[in-house]
Design a protein around this ligand. Sequence first.
Ligand code: A2P
Length: 273
Amino acid sequence: SAPLKKLNDGTQIPQLGLGVFQMDDDEAHRATLAAFEAGYRHVDTAAIYRNEVGVGRAIAESGLARDEIFVTTKLWNKAQGRDNAREGITRSLEKLGLDHVDLYLIHWPCPAAGTYVETWEQMIDFRSEGLTRSIGVSNFLPEHLDTILDETGITPSVNQIELHPTFQPDDLLNHCSDLGVVIESWSPLGQASDLEHPEILRIAEATGATPAQVIIRWHLGRGFVTIPKSTNPERIRANFEALNVTLNSEQMEAIDGISAGNRIGPDPATVEP
Ligand code: A2P
């Protein structure tokens, strides 16, 4: 099973999970079941993915106890604010068929909307009420983290950000590390674009692991929580086997060195509801 990482509120998160971005309900249902069979105990969805129903069906059918699995979902941008956020989590829980999630995230800061602080205050309430065990953010830049910390005194447990070998935002990583915020990497494989990088291929060759396993192992070695996405049961299984791969320090450092500012998603400063 995946190693557990302790969050700043004492909750433990499995360091490797399944991401279900860009899957419909049926694909997410199949992928989540395949992941549970392969040994995953952590699944990461979001209201905007529109597949919480599929994920929830897989959870119900898995036969796994609720406290054996770790479920993350995210509040969509349009649902930010004092009045809307509660409806956001209520709908997500209904769709998932759960009475609580393990981690609830603000999906994007949307700084121009000016609502992320009041949304964070709501998140703090949701945790107190037991609707979620942990709370965090996604796509927050250092200034957004500092603002919610200054305004509320409560540090997010995680910041889930775009992070893969050719996109390593070092200032943000260092800032999160200073604050004790665990990093979760989304698109850990660079949406497959990093799989053919010559250094990744070289290390795959040397270790006998696949390029995806090499990259996943690198995330784990760096201490990140990571959520590679696949719809394919074989690749879902193979990605989990990254837990059995070993990289030496030369190989880890070689991957540290291929960062190239190769952002795939939007710049968080510019995303608006
Ligand atoms: P597929 O769903 O067909 O497996 P990321 O997690 O960085 O967003 O990357 C997801 C993309 O990487 C998907 O297109 C997925 O395709 C592909 N992918 C996931 N695992 C592997 C793997 N082990 N080998 C090759 N491609 C993979």
